[in-house]
Design a protein around this ligand. Structure first.
Ligand code: DX5
Ligand code: ZN
Length: 228
């Protein structure tokens, strides 16, 4: 059984001056999850948002907040993001020596636990924690910035991780450089959740968000053998 098709706009590409309206605009435009990129200027060379911002946007949507932590260490902040209203908390295998502990902690907080790895890190690093995760995020760009080009090596990684997940109810999510052109190949490789920042928010015009989301959804649905 295929996992459901999910489109998760990344608010990293939204207008931060009106983040609440941007979140509700993509919610109404058909987003399944809202992807929230948290960066610390240390693990990645950019700084974005923290738990207070997650808390502030929480009231603008009832859809799952899919929080991607690009911070090291991550453990001291898991509880703050959980309390702020994150539904999924995804941590990098490279962010510290205790990925197993971090994932246990996220589940103990009652949240869905996600694991991710940078493009230069092999997928085998998640094998020993596969029973502790609800989602695996495959980075298809080097984390830190929106608007980068998709790294095609991510396709093999998705394929291998889908096989590794076997019959477990694990979402495989792809993040970075996703467009309606690349989505079919990613869907065929076995990913079911698609993060898209610049492809959704490209002209910052809320009236086009629905069409931008639908373009990715329809392209992926066709590749999955589903009616678009
Ligand atoms: C990159 C972030 C991504 C990013 C995706 O560090 O994790 O979520 O916002 O943006 P696009 O879709 O523009 O590559
Ligand atoms: Zn992300």
């Amino acid at each position: 059984m295929q996992r459901p098709l999910i489109i998760a706009p990344s608010i990293l590409s939204a207008d931060f001056a009106k983040l609440g309206q941007e979140v509700s605009a993509v919610d109404q435009a058909g987003a399944d999850w809202i992807h929230v990129d948290v960066m610390d200027g240390h693990f990645v060379p950019n700084i974005s948002i923290g738990p207070d911002v997650v808390k502030a946007i929480r009231q603008y949507t009832k859809k799952p907040l899919d929080v991607h932590l690009m911070i090291a260490p991550c453990d001291p902040y898991l509880e703050a993001f959980a309390k702020a209203g994150a539904d999924h908390i995804t941590v990098h295998v490279e962010a510290g020596p205790h990925i197993h502990r971090s994932l246990q902690h996220i589940r103990a907080l009652g949240k869905k636990a996600g694991v991710t790895m940078n493009p230069g890190t092999p997928e085998i690093t998640v094998e020993n924690v596969i029973d502790l995760v609800d989602l695996i995020l495959v980075m298809s760009v080097n984390p830190g910035f929106g608007g980068q080009k998709f790294i095609t090596g991510a396709l093999d990684k998705v394929r291998n991780l889908r096989a590794m997940a076997g019959g477990r109810p694990i979402d495989i999510e792809i993040d970075g450089g996703i467009t309606s052109d690349i989505a079919p190949a990613v869907a065929r490789a076995g990913a079911n959740a698609f993060v898209a920042g610049s492809a959704v928010f490209k002209d910052r015009s809320p009236s086009s968000y629905g069409a931008n989301i639908a373009a990715i959804r329809n392209a992926a649905a066709l590749a999955r053998g589903e009616a678009a």
